[in-house]
Write a protein that binds this ligand. Sequence first.
Ligand code: NAP
Length: 248
Amino acid sequence: MGRVLLLGGTSEANALAGALAEAGWPAVYSYAGRVAAPRARPLPVRVGGFGGVEGLGAYLRAEDIAAVVDATHPFAARISANARAACAAEGVPLIAFERPAWRAGPGDRWMHVADPAAAAAALPPEPTTVFLAIGKQGLAPFAARLGYRYLLRLVDPPESPPLAGAAVVIARGPFTVAGDLALMRAHRVGLVVAKNSGGAGAEAKLIAARDLGLPVIMIDRPASPDRRVAGTVAEVMRWLAHEACLGV
Ligand code: NAP
């Protein structure tokens, strides 16, 4: 029986890893390697890029991969496009695990933008403290927006300052509303910049922003490739059993 390749780096992928291990299906969990010490998984783990579409295609062949589950982050557009192309070329079935995007509710003050550059351009003219809750990628456009205080929250301590003069907090989610309220009060945050990742683990900052009456510049998701999509672990497991013919 071939193996399942689980493209991970999200809490959904972690839940799937548990379900795959429990089902006893041969599977491998793939990390990009952005985080220094990824959490232990109940599956064999591989780390690092494959080398584009061709590299991933070669991996699928060499490792006898019977199905791919793309449970990467909604903003990880390149690996998702690569997975779509490599699976199509190799005839390997693919399913994506997508979490719903966050939606603004009553009391939210969101402005939608397409990317980090548009978010930087949308900062208000008056100086304020900006909670840049977008990870370590996409910070470059903010370096040119002087006159603001920036607060960054990163998983690993950066080797060099990621943004000159920025306050850096090292923390790994899931985050709580109480914790994010305390953080934002302590740093006198006046505005939040977020990516519309969806999911529960990173939503606390948005609830905290609503409670504090703060505006949010929301970076919308990039377009995802045309592919089969599931929204729950059970759906992915059913698809693997029936359509990718595992578990038989
Ligand atoms: P990306 O821009 O789509 O990917 C860039 C390159 O990294 C890919 O072309 C691929 O290299 C490699 N890669 C990405 N995910 C991989 C995986 N799971 N296994 C092996 N190689 C992978 O992705 P990204 O935005 O840099 O994100 C990297 C990882 O961090 C993803 O796994 C994602 O789930 C996780 N993550 C991303 C974000 C975010 O905001 N982007 C947030 C939280 C977690 P090759 O072309 O050489 O194969």
